[in-house]
Design a protein around this ligand. Sequence first.
Ligand SMILES: NC(=O)c1ccc[n+]([C@@H]2O[C@H](COP(=O)([O-])OP(=O)(O)OC[C@H]3O[C@@H](n4cnc5c(N)ncnc54)[C@H](O)[C@@H]3O)[C@@H](O)[C@H]2O)c1
Length: 434
Amino acid sequence: MSEKTEIRPINGKLGILTPGMGAVSSTFVAGVHAIRQGLRLPIGSFTQMGHIRLGKRSDDRQPLIKNFLPLCDLNDIVFGGWDIFEDSIYDAAVNCGVLEKELLDQLKPELELIKPMTAVFDQYYVKKLEGTHVKTGTKMELAEQLMQDMENFQKENGCDRLVMVWCGSTEIFLQKTATHETLEAFEKGLREDSRDIPPSMIYAYAAIKMGIPYANGAPNLSGDVPALEALAKETRSGLCGKDFKTGQTLMKTILAPGFKARQLGIAGWFSTNILGNRDGEVLDDPESFKTKEESKLSVLDTILQPELYPDLYGDLYHKVRINYYPPRGDNKEGWDNIDIFGWCGRPMQIKVDFLCRDSILAAPLVLDMALLLDLGNRAGLPGGIQEWLSFYFKSPVMPEGLTAEHDLFIQQTKLKNTLRRMMGEEVITHVGEE
Ligand SMILES: NC(=O)c1ccc[n+]([C@@H]2O[C@H](COP(=O)([O-])OP(=O)(O)OC[C@H]3O[C@@H](n4cnc5c(N)ncnc54)[C@H](O)[C@@H]3O)[C@@H](O)[C@H]2O)c1
């Protein structure tokens, strides 16, 4: 057995704050309310539905994760956040049409009370949106206002701890610059309103500065810059991202490790999507799409390792397209055409047509990562990048010099072994020598 980590007991409520209260956030919040009332099951959530094997196979110990770990109970969560529109979570959920109106009406009294705080927003970073519910000030003043919001929220709701998960729109593609290198340069950038600091980074800074864990559900550059990573280590805040692993990329990271395990070659992988929600509209802007494209493209290379397997993956042609198509709303359709080849180079094709509901896949991830970040924080894990949560992301943020692991099953093993070790259980290698 490894030594059990001391985990600070729960002593009050957990506040989960989402900058961005659109489709993902409202589906998450409404879903948790439905689950609390016994109206729905937490399907898709590893922390709520998953089991974990402990000890030898012959021990037959496979508790539910939520019974194994001292996680925050769903009844002890309070929800809050910010948006550039004033819609309550009820209105946002009705507008995006992901969950049934009938269910939302049953939850209306609670959901109507959850209203967004005034947002930090700048249209330069999300061209397709025009906000009406927006703070003013220099970037440093905006960060201070966010910190004040969090302090007020914590007091008003009797929260012991807070966690922040970015569920805002995808911002334009930005590259790291000298402003992001050190905390000093970053804070100077905040005071001088540097263009290198988008709103999501101001939220990340505010959270991390207060020792609040931060996860980024979108692909844009946010907490993943050296200045904020260093600050997170100092304030012992967990930091993870980026881009919820849902839909087409989830399928890719399920299928590609299988092809590679069987040494099947891939000549081409063409992926296209149609979607009609606000996220789709934002991604219709080439600058926001570029951010998403980078995130979606990185996946195959690291799973398939073409440098090690040049005969199988050296000439792989990978293309990703997203098309805004309003009639579909949140019900995305993702097509994949995969040109594979087998024994003696003979070609074959696989077609995947995934009629998915994006926010239905993303909502349980918000819940899991918030509960696990809170657990990690109480367990005193070192602050900074939390690699063990890579399972949830399309582009896992990694410490400098390390390559991200994209294989869903390796990510799952890493997550489970981290939890086993945290709880003083043996890590499982599957060698099976018992
Ligand atoms: N749905 C999925 O499966 C999925 C998967 C991966 C990533 N994502 C990402 O998650 C994010 C949310 O997706 P969604 O479908 O909920 O989109 P959405 O458009 O329905 O919601 C985003 C919300 O963020 C708000 N917003 C934008 N900038 C803001 C700011 N600076 N401060 C506060 N609020 C702000 C918008 O007004 C909007 O209400 C997007 O970036 C999307 O790319 C979603």
